[in-house]
Each structure stands twice: as structure tokens, then as C-alpha cells.
Design a protein around this ligand. Structure first.
Ligand SMILES: [Cu+2]
Length: 112
């Protein structure tokens, strides 16, 4: 058996093991089965909706996955029809992605 190949396989196996995230007090319980979207949702409040530009201003809480502290910022939206569902002042939960340096909201829903 090729030793270099074995080493590579071991490395890939090590990288595939998810890192252990310390439990945060006061956080919401993890939901198994839908971890992808559950982990990425951020809390926010709509400050401005610009339908013609396809942009939305959100005051949001910390987003650890994007290394962002709480702030108010402008996002583009993935689909302009998403802006029809929100109004200034709404409390929302949303998912954002960094696409080539631009922050794009890919999902948004009313906060309960
Ligand atoms: Cu931000």
C-alpha cells in the first residue's frame, strides 16, 4: 500500500470531522435534521426596502458564521420578489451569503 496515499486519506478523514463548537448559554437548541439553514439564520430588523434597486437595509445581530458584529447594513437580495414580503420595521430572520464580496440575502422570513 502506498504510504503517501494513506497519509492523504487520513488527512481528509481528519478534515471531515466537524469541529466541536462550545455550547452557548441562552442560545437556541440545535435542530437536528436541518442544521444547514438553522445554523445560518440571523436576527434582524428591516430598516429600508428599495425594490427598484433590489436592496434591503437590515439592522442585524451578530452573525458568527460571517464574522460580523451587530450592525446596520445594506444587502442585495437573491430574488427581488423577496422584498414584497417585508416592510420597514419588520423583525425578521434571514440568511446571507458573501458572494464575491457582496452580501446577498438568500432567505428571509418573519421572526416569531
Ligand atoms: Cu453586517
Amino acid at each position: 500500500m502506498n504510504r503517501r496515499l494513506l497519509g492523504a486519506v487520513a488527512l481528509i478523514a481528519a478534515l471531515a470531522v466537524p469541529s466541536v463548537v462550545p455550547a452557548q448559554s441562552g442560545g437556541q437548541p440545535m435542530q437536528h435534521g436541518d442544521m444547514k439553514s438553522a445554523a445560518a439564520m440571523a436576527d434582524g430588523e428591516i430598516r429600508k426596502v428599495d425594490k427598484s434597486a433590489g436592496k434591503i437595509t437590515i439592522k442585524h445581530g451578530a452573525i458568527p458564521s460571517m464574522d460580523m458584529p451587530p450592525m446596520t447594513m445594506v444587502y442585495r437580495v437573491k430574488d427581488p420578489t423577496m422584498l414584497d414580503a417585508v416592510t420597514q420595521g419588520d423583525k425578521v430572520k434571514f440568511v446571507a451569503e458573501n458572494v464575491g464580496g457582496q452580501f446577498v440575502v438568500t432567505n428571509i422570513e418573519p421572526a416569531k
